[in-house]
Design a protein around this ligand. Structure first.
Ligand SMILES: Nc1ncnc2c1ncn2[C@@H]1O[C@H](COP(=O)(O)OP(=O)(O)O)[C@@H](O)[C@H]1O
Ligand SMILES: [Mg+2]
Length: 220
């Protein structure tokens, strides 16, 4: 499902990201784990096409993405990858339902007549059926992250990437959101790559990739 071969990306003078070999099979839930600054977000951004490598091959669902043109890469990302971020990245002027709908309209993978019923269904599934018309500022942080999870899943991407998804949540909310997130990912047989620096979060996933040696010094 996800494969990196000899991927390098310059990060600064004399510093580069380097992943020689990484592979995640379809349907796995894998933690990308390591200390702060070790290159986890860089790796996730390379995999999801937010960042381009200087060299190497990145293959997602059988497709090499490193050579795609900007527009093709945007399309690939919108249609194939669901994102969950530490700070939710919801659009403040819009309601929970509108946030999910905007993601569906942008990706345009499902027929337009299905957008609203599907968005409503997935928000009900994450326990927010009574908060469809609430704006992010009026939601708790746990609820905001559940909206973001609903948005990530709405287009039915095979691959979900999450960067410190519980990093802004207190421990109790973090546990509840992780329970729900993992339950949904398993129910839909999705592939999940989840970045975390917390060992206790990493250990909740069946697979772990140690990211602690991804950043290296090079002659500049
Ligand atoms: N755009 C950038 N320009 C320069 N350095 C960067 C950039 N992005 C990340 N870095 C550096 O690369 C290293 C890895 O960063 P990052 O992938 O964000 O780590 P993590 O997510 O594991 O905390 C850090 O030392 C960071 O300062
Ligand atoms: Mg990071």
């Amino acid at each position: 499902m996800v494969k990196l071969e000899g991927v390098r990306r310059k990060l600064g003078p004399g510093v580069q990201f380097h992943c020689e070999d990484f592979h995640a099979s379809e349907g796995v839930q894998l933690a990308l784990w390591g200390p702060s600054g070790c290159g986890k977000s860089t790796m996730l951004n390379l995999i999801s096409g937010l960042l381009r490598p200087d060299s190497g091959v990145i293959r997602i669902d059988g497709k090499e993405i490193q050579g795609l043109k900007e527009g093709q890469l945007d399309e690939f990302r919108a249609q194939r990858v669901g994102f969950v971020f530490q700070t939710f990245n919801l659009l403040a002027p819009f309601t929970a339902l509108q946030n999910v709908l905007l993601g569906m309209r942008f990706a345009d993978v499902l027929p337009a007549k299905e957008w609203k019923p599907k968005a409503t269904e997935i928000l009900e599934r994450v326990g927010l059926g009574h908060r469809l018309h609430a704006k992010p500022a009026t939601l708790s942080v746990g609820e905001r992250q559940r909206v973001a999870i609903a948005r990530a899943l709405a287009n039915r991407p095979k691959l979900i990437v999450a960067d410190e998804p519980t990093g802004s949540l207190d421990p109790k909310t973090s546990d509840a959101v992780m329970d729900l997130f993992l339950e949904l990912v398993r129910e839909k047989s999705l592939t999940l790559l989840l970045v975390t620096h917390e060992r206790s979060i990493a250990e909740r996933l069946p697979d772990l990739f140690d990211c602690s040696r991804l950043v290296e010094e090079v002659a500049s």
